[in-house]
Design a protein around this ligand. Sequence first.
Ligand code: 5GP
Length: 359
Amino acid sequence: MEWWVSQPKIELHAHLNGSIRDSTLLELARVLGEKGVIDFAGVEHVIKKNGRSLPECFKLFDLIHVLTTDHATVTRITKEVVEDFAAENVVYLELRTTPKKNESIGMSKRTYMDAVIKGLKAVDTVDVAFTPSQTSPENSVTLISDACKTTKKKIYVRLLLSIDRRETTSAAMETVQLALEMRDLGVVGIDLSGNPVVGEWETYLPALKFTKEQGLHITLHCGEVPNRKEIQAMLDFLPQRIGHACCLEDEEWEKLKSSKIPVEVCLTSNIMTQTIASLDVHHFVDLYSVKHPLVLCTDDAGVFSTSLSHEYSVAASSFGLGKLEMFQLARGAIDFVFADDSVKKDLREIFDSAKRKLG
Ligand code: 5GP
């Protein structure tokens, strides 16, 4: 495990509220329990439970959102999540989150995202670079004192705003508008996620088309359930990446492979939610063998008690891949990041320097 932790890695599919430490969730639940907002004893086992079906995960997300949706908590979890990824040598993190409104506490989608940005600025264990490189140096945020600069590690962070499948067309459009507004603050694209049995593709389509027209990147949760019509529509839409791709039929596999759309593969998530029966029948094997672009990701490191290093270790042992092959798989993800070329160049240098040490 240590070797996987020591290697540079790229995380492209991580949901903020799914990546919270268990200890933080329990602490937040205890505080809300003491205030009488929730019944702590009733939710403690839900947080501690290991192994949840997909519907159970969405119930847990609703609980997590009750625990986390105030500005200070959003800031705290963002800081902790970035620190946790940096601690295992993730050098580029694309963190996605659904901007939320909560009028009773004066939260708008914008102030929710401002709290996320505040969390990025609050990180102090590592140098966080999240503004686009084209902004002038005085606008980019250096989060550590000059004196410590040389001793601290650096992580690139970019943000994706998620459209929840429960949202209306106008709510989805509002999220895209916000993403455009926040381009200079490291927002690089839009994700479509949320309970896959809820909502219709046509509802989000206008907002996704607008996203494309505006030149923002798009990744879609695709094929978590066998909804053939939707899977085909999503592949025809040609997003820059898709997540999961678990329930595709032959015709859709062909479409995916010929389109070369990179797939964000979340092994532990797929197994724990029983979207895929076991690792020996996981589509990673087929996609990897035909050199289809793919990247290993955590999805929800907190909810599924995993880490990106663990995902690499699981893939290596389950699919018989050596360290060099795994290293190349990790490096290959540079091509699919939504950040600009100067970041990609820097990432290539980071990986090449690590490769020299590999020998
Ligand atoms: P948030 O966007 O609140 O930061 O992160 C949690 C949300 O991400 C969940 O409420 C859900 O909408 C989405 N999400 C997390 N994991 C999954 C997943 O495995 N599949 C889908 N479709 N959505 C997910």
